[in-house]
Design a protein around this ligand. Structure first.
Ligand code: HC0
Ligand code: SF4
Length: 568
């Protein structure tokens, strides 16, 4: 242990701890902007300057490791003045239109401006209003607001291994840009939105579609239904000040009813349906000898990644549409018929933890009913804005239940929201279908958790099924490269684009870091453990859906409505 003092208070910490971390342990927050707890230390914003006795000049707390006997002072005149100057320089080149910024009250720069009480800037304003890049269906990039901290670049390059954005130019032209400054939709961007989670200000954010939803809700001709993704129920509460991982399923359903949706449904239902279709597809591939590995296809950022970087693996993707798209296709066929409503009068809204789902819903092949499967995708953050705008306090409203028929779901459906969940849900069904025996233990712990790559071999009646699970695209790349080189072989692989799976999606509340992801994962498995049905094939409404409409898994109707193809 290392003994030091911070503002004259003794503290003992592990070797290798930084001043920033040590200060946090004794309740002292040093301001940071480029620092991000899940990323490498960049020390480029210089706002975390502190004084260390004996050192020449001020030191950056984020990159300076503690030593025995160190005396740190975080609040000397020199440290405060230096930080304030750094902040003033950043503000001089910032538009400061906080009242109409998407990150109003959730902006790290705004928070420091308030804490430092910057009344007037001693510097000439140098900001430029640049055109926003709104070319992508998922993400808006507003360079005018960028403070060049580099967090988005790190997440895009290192965690996602996409590299759609990078540092560009020099000196006062220095900026974060795409290759040749192309609009995002002409780059390799997969629309994951992880950059929008990492951004401390409002320089990258989801493309909002809230107005389209208000319009539909206000149209008496439209029957507006909403589906909520598995991961939203364990994150939405954070937008209303609740602890990370708070389970707010019932309050969310009530809030959606209060907003005016005609029916509130659960994407977990079509997650169950995906298991039946995808499980059968896997069994068919086992019978036909491949192609292996079969990759899950429900994470649209991952599908985009395969199409862009590994087109040779496209036949390996499951042909199943994602649960969100299956829901849309059924809403405008089976449900429309059952309700006696013309499909053109049904408006389908999804609430997803994901920005890439906006792109997925807009893909031209996603309209097998003759109408667009899903009309609008809102992120968790957008739904929270609608709820706040309506004056609803999620903490105070009563809980209620999803509507029938797409509200009856299994625990297997909900675990889709965490990395490893789709695999576990599939195994819970495939094992029983193949062996005709009940699984003693439903929990497949080997595939749970935040580890980037998880592997297991499952014995199904003498057949050794090799599986793997990857979360984040850098881990997916690693795995696919091993398959390509012949170093590894698998039968079935689940890939989720975002770290931790959908609970860590790019549309989740600002403040999604691995610490928070872990809490959401725990809650997802808690919801599963408390469900009366925990296997997709035991969901009675799924059985009813096949009896009344789809006939059989992989049947003609399923193929038409629930499966798709991918393009290079
Ligand atoms: Fe997911 Fe999904 S689990 S991708 O992360 O499969 O976004 O939560 O809704 O579609 O069900 C997201 C989450 C979904 C889909 C489901 C899958
Ligand atoms: Fe990179 Fe994802 Fe952001 Fe696109 S959306 S720039 S891929 S981090």
């Amino acid at each position: 242990m290392i003994n030091l003092s911070i503002n004259n208070i003794p503290v003992s910490v592990e070797e290798g701890t930084t001043i920033l971390q040590a200060a946090k342990m004794i309740g002292v927050e040093i301001p940071t902007l480029c620092y991000h707890e899940d990323q490498s230390v960049k020390a480029n914003c210089r706002i975390c300057l502190v004084e260390v006795k004996g050192a020449k000049g001020l030191l950056t707390a984020c990159s300076t490791k503690v030593f025995e006997g160190m005396e740190v002072f975080t609040n000397t005149r020199a440290a405060r003045d230096a930080r304030k100057t750094v902040l003033e320089l950043i503000l001089a080149s910032h538009p400061m239109d906080c009242l109409k910024c998407i990150r109003n009250q959730k902006c790290e720069l705004q928070k420091y401006a308030a804490e430092f009480f910057i009344e007037e800037l001693p510097f000439e304003r140098t900001y430029q209003i640049l055109p926003k890049d709104e070319s992508s269906p998922s993400i808006v990039k507003d360079l005018s607001k960028c403070i060049k901290c580099g967090r988005c670049v790190e997440v895009c390059q290192s965690i996602q291994s996409v590299g759609a954005i990078s540092y560009s130019h020099r000196s006062d032209e220095y900026r974060i840009a795409t290759l040749f400054e192309l609009p995002l939709n002409e780059t390799v961007c997969v629309y994951c939105g992880q950059c929008s989670l990492a951004c401390p200000v409002g320089a990258i954010y989801e493309k909002s579609e809230i107005e389209k939803v208000w319009k539909a809700l206000g149209d008496p001709e439209m029957h507006v239904v909403v589906q909520t993704a598995p991961a939203v129920r364990v994150s939405l509460g954070e937008e209303f000040g609740m602890e990370p991982g708070s389970i707010v399923t019932g309050q969310m359903v009530t809030a959606l009813r209060m907003l005016g949706f005609d029916r509130v449904f659960d994407t977990d239902f079509t997650a169950d349906l995906t298991i039946i279709e995808e499980g059968n597809e896997f069994l068919q591939r086992l019978k036909n000898g491949g192609p292996f590995p079969m990759f899950t296809s429900c994470s649209p950022g991952w599908v985009n990644f395969v199409e862009t970087f590994y087109p040779e693996f496209m036949a390996n993707l499951s042909t199943c549409k994602s649960p969100q798209q299956m829901f849309g296709a059924l809403a405008k066929t089976y449900y429309a018929q059952k309700m006696g409503i013309s499909p053109d009068k049904i408006f389908v809204v999804s609430v997803m933890p994901c920005t890439a789902k906006k792109y997925e819903s807009a893909r031209e092949e996603m309209n097998s009913s003759g109408f667009r499967d899903v009309d609008v995708v809102l992120t968790t953050r957008e739904l929270a804005r609608m709820i706040r705008e309506s004056g609803i306090d999620l903490k105070k409203i009563v809980e209620s239940e999803f509507d029938a028929p797409f509200g009856i779901t299994s625990g297997a459906g909900v675990i889709f929201g965490a990395s490893g969940g789709v695999m576990e849900a599939a195994l819970r069904t495939v094992y029983e279908v193949v062996t005709q025996r009940e699984l003693g233990k439903l929990d497949f712990e080997d595939v749970r958790g935040l580890d980037g790559i998880k592997e297991a071999v499952i014995n199904i009646d003498g057949l050794e099924v090799k599986i793997a699970v990857a979360n984040s695209l850098s881990n997916a790349r690693h795995l696919v490269d091993k398959i390509k080189s012949g170093e590894r072989e698998y039968h079935f692989i689940e890939v989720m684009c975002c770290p931790g799976g959908c609970i860590g999606g790019g549309g989740q509340p600002i403040g999604t870091v691995n610490r928070v992801r872990n809490e959401r994962i725990k809650s997802i498995y808690e919801v599963d453990a408390n469900m009366p049905i925990r296997q997709s094939h035991k969901n009675p409404v799924i059985k009813q859906l096949y009896d009344e409409f789809l006939e059989k898994p992989l049947g003609e109707r399923s193929h038409h409505l629930l499966h798709t193809h991918y393009r290079a």
